[in-house]
Design a protein around this ligand. Sequence first.
Ligand SMILES: Cc1ncc(COP(=O)(O)O)c(C=O)c1O
Length: 394
Amino acid sequence: MNTAEVIEIYGKYVIGNYGRLPRVIVKGQDNRLWDADGKEILDMFPGWAVSGIGHCHPKVVEAIRRQAGELLHMDNTFYTVQQGLLARMLSERAFGGKCFFCNSGAEANEAALKLSRKHTPKGKYKFITAERSFHGRTFATVTATAQPKYHEGFLPMLPGFEYVPFNDTEALQAAFNEEVAAVMVEPIQGEGGINEATPEYLATIRELCDEHGALMILDEVQTGMGRTGKWFGYQHYDVVPDIITMAKALGGGVAIGAMMARAEIAASLAPGTHASTFGGNPLACAAAIAVIEAIDQENLLTNAEQTGAYARQKLEALKDKHSIIDHVRGKGLMIGVQLTEAGADIVSRCLEKGLRINCTQGNVLRIMPSMTVTREQIDQAVEILDGVLSEARE
Ligand SMILES: Cc1ncc(COP(=O)(O)O)c(C=O)c1O
């Protein structure tokens, strides 16, 4: 089928809930994609942060092949080696917590919210989340997502949620009381425009949660698995959360999500309280184990930190040439370029020239390459962006 035929079939049979770019992607390898017309694309936003170690990483592909020949799925009636090993690997890389596995970021956040209500005493029901957050599209997680545009048409949202401006410690203090079960924030807001939490903000959340017997949940769905140069975003700060959630890059392209909670909190999810049919299946867990091994063996945390700093510096240098760039922000390979004008057109023009980036919040270019990205690939991406910005100015 050619591009036009595929797009036609989508028009007839696939619900149009995504604004898609007019390309049919047939192959991905590391930081490159190829479309049905044979055009090559340098991917600086692989899978919306899912392909965190590049497309079709050989170690992940090999692990999936191996596991597919042994045991594809096994329900949680039994134990599997892969789920146990993955939980241990994650626990060793975070705060020694215990894991619940599911299939997406939204499900991981759902689990965190449910666990918080289950664990805290009766009367504690309230969740505090931050403006510009993004936590998912299920009813609870879209309610937690404090952006009215995502609520439109779906009202009423679930009761029990309160929103405060991000990084505003006073507003947080004012919203806190004995009814709060948990606070949930992203260490760096992704969809909200690459906004880093300040150390004071996370420290205040920790203090208030301790003072009032509430739980601190960090949504690491986008920041997790090494993108910021550390395994999890919170590790850049002097705080330890009670619960973290992850998904996206965890499975290297295979659907998997996880919630990790401190052991004494995790104990509240006794048999029968929460579940996921596909959660923690051996195929997804084998893929995630391979992702972690690849990050370790190929020093990808260091690459994320160093190549991320290099990329930010190169992008920062574009500022002198292009007044449309206000500033560059982010950590590791989670980079936002704040524009003074809308950026959607720039994204489309970059794609025409073989570069994929993203734009969020209307005017923040999101550049989040995989952790295998090289300086040469950053140079190539910046050169294309530079050209597009120059053309736009003319
Ligand atoms: C921080 C954050 N949390 C949760 C989600 C939801 O994840 P999923 O789409 O896998 O449900 C996303 C998705 O973009 C996200 O960025």
